[in-house]
Design a protein around this ligand. Structure first.
Ligand code: GSH
Length: 196
């Protein structure tokens, strides 16, 4: 089943948008990427009428569904076909573990943003805040290293939404930071990205 007429508003190269673009590939559905001008399209009256705020990615379904928050959009995209729903977990335990890791990835993301945003010019550099952010990244990557010591995927024996979100969230950190001792999570990120 291919759902047509679904749109994803984003600027190019947005790792948060990659989550639903990857989800769409797994689900076998199409996502159109309409022309988008950051700060213009998402500040337009039309956009503000449809969405709760001006953040992207933002999803518009063919039946007039409007969804924001990249994790929620990816979840919705996967839920559209049996092939995609597989990545949301079959059992209540798998679903709970996927939710658990998505929460943890949220905590990791806060550290990654605190570290990288001043480098990307999105935020003013503050040495103490950067040190704090680095500690957060180290703490949570340590957690994922421990989990991935004996497994390839975060939950079960194949890719789930948790892996997709993990790969997309850590993408820029692995691209931009020179690691003295690369975390094991590199392998998982490479695995996730390469299968997508
Ligand atoms: N938690 C949100 C964060 C979305 C977000 O912060 N998007 C940024 C770009 S990556 C944005 O659109 N900022 C501009 C705005 O909020 O107007 C998600 O995962 O989708």
């Amino acid at each position: 089943m291919r759902r047509l007429g679904q749109k994803l508003y984003t600027y190019p190269g947005n790792p948060r948008a990659f989550k639903s673009l990857i989800a769409a590939k797994y689900a076998g559905v199409e996502l159109e990427l309409p022309a988008f001008n950051m700060g213009v399209t998402n500040q337009s009256e039309e956009f503000k009428k449809n969405f709760a705020n001006t953040a992207v990615p933002a999803f518009q379904g063919a039946k007039g569904e409007f969804i924001q928050e990249s994790n929620a959009i990816a979840r919705y995209v996967l839920s559209q076909t049996a092939a995609g729903a597989k990545l949301l977990g079959y059992t209540p335990l798998e679903q709970a573990l996927i939710a658990q890791f998505i929460e943890m990835i949220g905590a990791l993301e806060a550290g990654i943003s605190g570290w990288l945003y001043p480098i990307l010019g999105y935020r003013t550099f503050d040495a103490a805040a950067t040190e704090e952010a680095k500690k957060t990244v180290q703490k949570w990557l340590g957690t994922f290293d421990k989990v991935l010591l004996e497994r390839t995927y975060l939950v079960g024996e194949s890719v789930t939404l948790a892996d997709i979100i993990f790969a997309c969230t850590t993408l820029n950190a692995f691209k931009m930071v020179r690691w003295h001792k690369p975390p094991r999570t590199c392998a998982c990120v490479r695995a996730c990205v390469s299968v997508c």
